[in-house]
Design a protein around this ligand. Structure first.
Ligand code: DGJ
Length: 713
């Protein structure tokens, strides 16, 4: 076994120290160290070895992927569990190391505790790290696992933390704190990923921004309960970690049984948050199952008709949708069982004869004849107490003891660990997909898992439920490989890289007010590339905030994702339909750029303005968005990031988002570049001196196109 393993990709290095015999210590995670031989790796370890200090461990302590007290680590332990009070502290000895396609597999054992541990560590070509561990009990009796959390050290230069909070209609809201001594634990106990998940917990150098500072980020890829942590202690150790949050008694391992952690993803970026996002986006785009066909323009019926399902009304909506260029028509909640409002029917996944006397096929035919794909909403994991399913199988509802959990949105959760309930759902969904011409499922999940036990045993059930959902999705995808699936959870409550391993899009938020969406989409795209983020044009007056916004702001914001429309187009004016059609046409023109290019953000000092762009070799599109009035009048200049310095670009406003609200006076028509003819400027000028921003009304977006125009003279 070599003393050191050096994984290196795309400017990132991870050096593991196997001089053990304990679990490998992480000597370095961050900027690439170059092509180092064994002596140089030993030199790095020597140079960075912590000093054993007085009244403390006599041997240097480093952070391992699973930090242990027995190795001198006094922080949050990587592993916690016990056998009736014994085996509570582990001391693993490495028994084997194998190279894998992208990294290493480490095996360890602790004969005293009766445990084996297998850790997989991968560094993908994009520079994204991921790790997971499998714990196996080898001794008689039961090992009760409290948690298994994987850690990566970060350097002491990381003085600030960024993570996320949020709620329904305001998902992934950023929060910054100082990275001080102590443990910051972001727990999610909602039984789904959560609106307020830590999402990507980042530690960075002072003042790190979109394009500057060194940043290390960690994401716990799990759709149930999770824990994401940052810890710094007075011994000079700093680390980020993640894992599943296990409820009491969820995992009891008998001899030979194993538990596997979620994947914990991590990325380092040397040039701010954009450099971290770029790695995640490249990683996700390199997956074999990543959606590659052009992301179709969606029309979703929810905010258009809600529960008012009527073939005539929906036919008119479908016709209007096709006129503006929609390519996929999604029938939302209300088509099944007794579901005439949100108080009943979940679980009865058969087409309602009350609203669809001839079934769904007449609507599907209309949609298909108009050249669109048909999509259907489902919420499989839920059950309404007022449903035929609940009346037939009250014992299928997740519960603890002899009580039911409090209802939320008048619904309960189906216990998918129950094989009969799981098979029922699989068969109902399979039948729907087999019997109808359905190309897309919007898979919803509209309540937290509270008091969620298996009714038969009374034991906590979130872990089992989460894995049962994964199995269900996997099986349906295997049976219907052509069907795309969207992960929705009362908006953006289930956005993580494990659900995205088996879905093709996430619904970022039920809030489609463009003013709010600017932030929701920006921060969702920190981890997830634009082609996976559902983003809709809503009605002129937002249903969730009652803010009124012009169409150009609504559409100019929605194109920065996977575009959809969620608006009763039968009530739109002909001018609105024409304008919307122009936006749809622009989206179709630029979607290959938006969905394959590099996402960039300006570090705009003016809090009223933000700048987002996507850059490729042959094209670039930027959006300057004002969400308030500027302190400066006129506003200052902002650099257009990501362009090639030695290229000349034709830079000009991009129609139809070139004249916000048709009122040129609002944005300073005299700006030399801001004319239909635009200017030819070098990437260096645009990326350094930048462009002067025009005065914009609040809640307006201005698009800027920059296309290569040769070499600067
Ligand atoms: C919550 C989703 O986020 C909405 O888009 C919509 O599908 C409703 N559920 C339907 O009940």
């Amino acid at each position: 076994m070599a003393d050191f393993v050096h994984l290196s990709a795309a400017g990132v290095s991870l050096v593991l120290d196997f001089r053990g015999p304990s679990l490998p210590a992480v000597v370095h995670w961050g900027e690439a160290l170059g092509d180092l031989g064994p002596e140089q790796l030993a030199e790095v370890a020597l140079a960075t070895e912590p000093q054993p200090i007085g009244f403390s461990a006599d041997t240097p302590v480093r952070v391992s992927i699973v930090p242990e007290q027995s190795a001198g680590w006094l922080g949050h332990p990587g592993l916690a569990g016990h056998r009736d009070g014994t085996a509570w502290s582990s001391a693993f000895t490495v028994s084997g190391v194998d190279r894998s396609a992208h990294g290493v597999r480490v095996r360890g054992f602790d004969g005293t505790a009766g445990l084996e541990l297998a850790i997989e560590i991968e560094l993908h070509p994009a520079g994204v790290l991921r790790a997971r561990a499998r714990l196996t009990s080898t001794a008689p009796g039961t090992y009760w696992l409290d948690h298994l959390t994987l850690f990566l050290p970060v350097p002491s230069e990381t003085t600030e933390l960024l993570d996320f909070t949020g709620h329904h209609l305001r998902e992934r809201s950023p929060q910054r704190t100082a990275f001080t001594h102590g443990l910051r634990v972001r727990e999610n106990r909602t039984g789904r990923t959560g609106y307020d998940s830590a999402y990507l917990l980042c530690a960075g150098t002072a003042g790190f921004g979109n394009r500057y500072g060194r940043v290390w980020g960690v994401h716990t890829a799990f759709s149930g309960n999770s824990r994401t942590v940052a810890e710094r202690n007075y011994h000079g150790h700093s680390a980020l970690g993640g894992g599943e949050l296990l409820l009491p008694g969820e995992i009891g391992l008998r001899p030979g049984e194993s538990y596997t952690t979620p994947w914990v993803f991590a990325a380092f970026g040397g040039q701010g948050l954009d450099s971290v996002s770029e790695r995640f986006h490249s990683y996700l785009r390199s997956r074999p199952g990543h959606p590659t066909r052009p992301r179709p323009v969606v029309v979703n019926t929810w905010e258009a008709v809600y529960f008012d399902h009527d073939l005539g009304r929906l036919t008119e909506l479908a016709k209007a949708a096709a006129t503006v260029g929609a390519e996929r028509f999604v029938l939302d909640d209300g088509w099944f069982g007794s579901r005439r409002d949100d108080t009943s029917g979940l679980g009865d996944w058969t087409v309602s004869p009350d609203v669809w006397p001839d079934g769904l096929d007449p609507l599907i035919s209309v949609v298909r004849d108009l050249g669109m794909e048909f999509g259907l909403w489902v919420e499989p994991e839920m059950i309404s107490p007022d449903s035929d399913l609940a009346r037939a199988h009250p014992d299928w509802i997740m519960a603890t003891g002899d009580r039911l959990p409090p209802t939320a949105r008048a619904q309960q959760v189906l216990d998918l660990h129950n094989p009969s309930a799981w098979a029922y759902l699989r068969d109902r969904l399979d039948a729907l997909l087999s019997d109808h011409d359905i190309g897309y499922l919007k898979w919803d999940h509209n309540r937290d898992l509270v008091d969620a036990g298996h009714p038969a045993s009374g034991r906590a059930g979130v872990h089992d439920q989460t894995h049962a959902v994964y199995r269900l999705l996997d099986e349906l995808r295997a049976r219907h490989p052509g069907v795309e699936i969207e992960s929705c959870s009362s908006g953006g409550g289930r956005v993580d890289l494990e659900i995205l391993a088996r879905t093709d899009r996430i619904w970022a938020s039920d809030c489609i007010d463009a003013h709010e969406r600017v932030a929701i989409q920006r921060w969702t795209s920190l981890l997830v590339p634009l082609e996976l983020i559902g983003s809709h044009v809503g009605a002129p007056r937002s249903h969730t905030t009652h803010r009124e916004l012009p169409l150009d702001m609504r559409a100019g914001t929605a194109i920065w994702g996977h575009l959809g429309i969620e608006w009763d187009l039968t009530r739109a004016t002909s001018e609105e339909l024409t304008r919307l059609g122009e936006w749809v046409a622009l989206y179709k023109e630029v979607r290959s750029l938006l969905h394959t290019g590099t996402l960039v953000h300006g570090d705009v000092a003016d809090p009223a303005y933000s700048l987002t762009g996507v850059v490729s070799e042959s094209d670039a599109l930027f959006a300057v968005t004002a969400t308030a009035t500027s302190e400066a009048y006129p506003p200052g200049a902002v650099a257009l990031p990501g362009l090639a310095p030695d290229r000349l670009y034709h830079v000009r406003p991009q129609p139809p988002g070139d004249v916000p609200d048709g009122n040129a006076a609002a944005w300073g028509a005299a700006l030399p570049w801001c004319t239909p003819a635009g200017l030819r400027l070098s990437g260096r000028t645009l990326g350094t001196a930048g462009l002067r921003l025009p005065v914009l009304y609040p809640d307006r977006v201005l698009l800027i196109r920059a296309t290569p125009a040769g070499e600067p003279t």
